[in-house]
Design a protein around this ligand. Sequence first.
Ligand code: HEM
Length: 460
Amino acid sequence: MTGCPVSPRPPKPEARPDRVSLLRYLRLFRRDILSAQPQRLYRAWMAEFRTPFFRSYMCNQPELVDLVLKQRPDDFPKSERISEGLRPLLGNSVFLTNGEVWKRQRRIIDPAFEGGRLRDTFPAMWQAGQAAVARLQGLATGEAVEVEAHTSHAAADVIFRTLFSIPIEHEVAAEVFDQFREHQRTQPVLNLGAFVPLPRWFPRFHRRRTKQTARVIRQLITQLTTDRMLAIRAGEAPDDLATKIMTTADPETGARFDTEEMVDQVAIFFLAGHETSASALAWALYLLALYPDWQDRVADEAAVLASPVQPEFSVVKTLRVSRDVFRETLRLYPPVPMMVRENTCPEQLRDRSAPAGSQIVLSPWHLHRHERLWDRPDEFDPTRFETENGKSGLRDAYMPFSGGQRVCTGAGFAMVEGPLILSQLVRAYRFEVVTEKPPVPVAHLTVRGGDGIWLRFTKR
Ligand code: HEM
């Protein structure tokens, strides 16, 4: 039988049956948060999960998301249950703190990520992209290659070059990267702690290996930070993000980060800055392999990068197709699939009363594919943002970087880095899907392919 060619669908995990026992739910959850959820969450405005020890509420209605992130964010601080698992590595980092400490930390960090500074970080991002192209050269044989490992490498390189002016080949940088991969193997699921129905008094055990890798990573970062402090004092420090953050005084108190607090921040820049971008880049490459017409358009546009001279920052503005592809990738595969807050006061959320201390779950994963908010939510269409539906979606139902005062500090940075490196890679190579190994999205620390993301690629 012949018929019209069917356009492929971007992979989406199977939802679980609507009703399952708590035990089954926890088992599914332990395997993967995404497939543990029922189909109805793609249509629901909110959902309640009751466990013996606490309740959690998933809020998908744009008004509720707005309430939590923008209208009264101080009444919905970050959940302690989530933070616990990350503390050995991240200490008192801006990702975990709340209240006045968090506000002070953001006052010191935010200036380093402002527009003008992005221009200064551009050469380091460009060089990391070129290094990634060079690293892939030997692999461009048409054999199947797992690309997440390579996008991870590239994104870690971006962080070290922009933060400390060192490439990933630097001895300490390479060691942090390796240790970090080991750390993830010991603690694969970020959000698990939030949903496991244990009472607060129940002692939490960080696995010994998790603590050990966290300790090694922190020692290495301490070395980088201490050396940098000495260089700053000697007037010999390079003008990069680390120097900027370490020399910025809080405009309200005049205080700067001491070495310990800076180590906490470097740990989160490394974690939040490389895992997320790596995930988005790998999915973007996969989608371009699935939709070769879009890949050709990105490659055509990337011809502006052909000059042997390093381009100016302004080139980023011309990479519009790449930006739309990257933006649509972040909609379909938001690297941070869910975020958890805790309400400090009792709240009325639609027709439900949430007692103080409930877990409030915001889910970019579900919001970005919400059937009542997006036209053809599961389809890949980078032009959608030009339509009325796409514009309202961007405003009300799109939050890959969260929103409000706790919005990702690296959002602007990531929106330069992602499209740029995507264009650099696609200019150099043609990517094709490996039909036998389609990736199934699962939520580990970020949204990853269950068995990685496999592609074949050849030189253009
Ligand atoms: C595609 C790339 C990225 C995505 C999708 C992303 C996403 C996010 C999201 C959703 C949050 C909020 C998490 C929550 O509230 O629970 C966040 C926070 C954060 N991100 Fe990113 N991020 C990306 C890249 C980066 C980069 C490149 C950096 C730094 C170099 C960075 C640094 C941070 C920090 C420091 C926070 C904590 C902010 C706070 O709590 O005040 N991120 N990110």
